[in-house]
Design a binder for this molecule. Structure first.
Ligand SMILES: Nc1ncnc2c1ncn2[C@@H]1O[C@H](COP(=O)(O)OP(=O)(O)O)[C@@H](O)[C@H]1O
Ligand SMILES: [Mg+2]
Length: 263
């Protein structure tokens, strides 16, 4: 097993009631878990906890998170730094926000690589160009010389994904990776992400409010509401036999295509 999350509680500040309550799931190598649920249900909180980057006063107040049998909650800062970017990495909703607008993509990408690996600038540049090529980005040299405002949202997001996969992480966390994009670009990027997952055998947790995208991408599906897991299991099983009323409501909103519930 790659990732094992057990009875996870997450609290903000000293609120006696945890915001995320008793969340359990597990993930094998190469598997994709989709987390769906309404805004504020705790999806981002869960994946931030796995990366050890809870916002504000957020902290894990119960349960455990194990990556390959190692308890992540016992890591010190140095341990987290070794893990992030290399073994677990995050794709954000809008990678443009993560990048500095006054430095070229290349400058930032090379610096990013060199904070995680002892390589020369030229070696880092070659690594970056290789990964950009894998992301089907045309003319990667040009992209390296560009500033974020010179790229479309889809291109920026591909750069963010490229950076996240540079070191072949075991686990990719993607928080609404396509929500900021138009529908056509969303579809393309979802397909590209799936290709990468299959080629690299990485596992992924993808947060999305689109249950259609979730069902298309995932092996396992988790539905959250009010900080709790409402449904969880093999995607087909959750879709064909949802246990919770909230899940049933979500599914009833998905259109049927060609007589089959296509999502
Ligand atoms: N930085 C924060 N400080 C305090 N509470 C927060 C913070 N971030 C999130 N929360 C709380 O956690 C709840 C879940 O938020 P979040 O995980 O962002 O949900 P989702 O990603 O499903 O929209 C929010 O309703 C809010 O009450
Ligand atoms: Mg969120």
């Amino acid at each position: 097993m790659l990732l094992d999350v057990k009875n996870l509680d997450i609290s903000y500040g000293d609120n006696p009631v945890p915001t995320v309550k008793d969340v359990s799931f597990s993930l094998n190598k190469g598997e994709v878990l989709a987390i769906v649920g309404e805004s504020g249900s705790g999806k981002t909180t869960v994946i931030r906890a796995i990366l050890g980057v809870l916002a504000g006063s957020g902290h894990v107040s119960g349960g455990s998170i194990e990556l390959e049998q190692e308890n992540l909650l016992q890591l010190d800062n140095k341990g987290w730094l070794k893990l992030r970017g290399r073994h677990i990495s995050m794709i954000f909703q809008d990678s443009g926000n993560m990048l500095n607008p006054v430095q070229t993509i290349g400058h930032q990408y090379i610096e990013y690589i060199r904070t995680h690996a002892h390589v020369t600038k030229e070696e880092a540049r070659q690594m970056a160009l290789d990964v950009l090529r894998r992301m089907n980005l045309p003319n990667p040299e040009n992209i390296m010389a560009s500033y974020t405002f010179e790229l479309s949202g889809g291109m920026r997001q591909r750069v963010g994904i490229a950076m996240a996969i540079t070191f072949h992480p075991k686990l990719l966390l993607a928080d609404e990776p396509t929500s900021a994009l138009d529908v056509t670009t969303q579809t393309q990027i979802v397909k590209e992400l799936m290709q990468i997952i299959h080629q690299s055998d990485a596992a992924m947790i993808v947060v999305t409010h689109n249950i259609g995208v979730a069902a298309y991408m995932s092996d396992k599906l988790m539905v959250m509401a009010q900080g709790e897991v409402k449904d969880y299991g093999i995607t087909e099983a959750v879709i064909s036999n949802p246990q919770d009323e909230y899940t049933k409501k979500l599914l009833s909103a998905v259109p049927e295509i060609g007589g089959k519930r296509y999502v």
